[in-house]
Write a protein that binds this ligand. Structure first.
Ligand SMILES: O=C(CO)COP(=O)(O)O
Length: 158
């Protein structure tokens, strides 16, 4: 079975973001999943989106890709705002964990908003593959549980 055999019925809005030294991985991942991604709405930070568009053009794949600003210029913040507005279903964020970024605050904002708003976020390709092929997207009975921010009282568990 190939990735393109696993097609979701639900149309998702997927955010794709990668730091410079993770862009090779992102373009490879997106190209591998190009047919599947072309069925969804894609939102990218500027440079990541431009590279994915070029890769899809080379494969003759037409996809709905919107680019916001480049990450250091506010792109992560724009995507975080879309997450807070419940406009993103899934995010793939390939972070350069080996080098400091000038916009670390915005990176943390995007990660935090995904956690708060219960948006699945994959930070490596394996997670991205698992998330994008999950049958839960099309399961009408499945209701994601929102995160609870409460104290754990041991005595109540007995
Ligand atoms: O910096 C980024 C994510 O934090 C990515 O931005 P670009 O896709 O514009 O390089």
């Amino acid at each position: 079975m190939t990735q393109s055999d696993i097609s979701l019925h639900k149309r998702l809005t997927i955010a794709l973001v990668a730091h410079d030294r993770r862009k090779v991985d992102m373009v490879e991942w997106a190209t591998y999943n190009a047919e599947m991604l072309s069925k969804h709405k894609i939102i990218c930070t500027g440079t990541t989106g431009g590279l994915i568009k070029d890769a899809f053009d080379k494969k003759g794949i037409d996809a709905d890709i919107t680019c916001v600003n480049s990450g250091p210029m506010g792109g992560d913040a724009e995507i975080a705002a879309l997450v807070a507005q419940k406009k993103i279903n899934l995010a793939v964020f390939l972070i350069d964990d080996l080098n400091a970024q000038p916009h670390e605050a915005d990176i943390q904002m995007l990660l935090r908003q995904c956690r708060i708003h219960n948006v699945p976020i994959a930070c490596n390709r394996y997670s991205a593959d698992l998330m994008i092929t999950s049958s839960l997207w099309d399961n009408e009975e499945y209701q994601p549980k929102e995160p609870k921010y409460v104290y754990f009282h041991r005595e109540e568990q007995q």
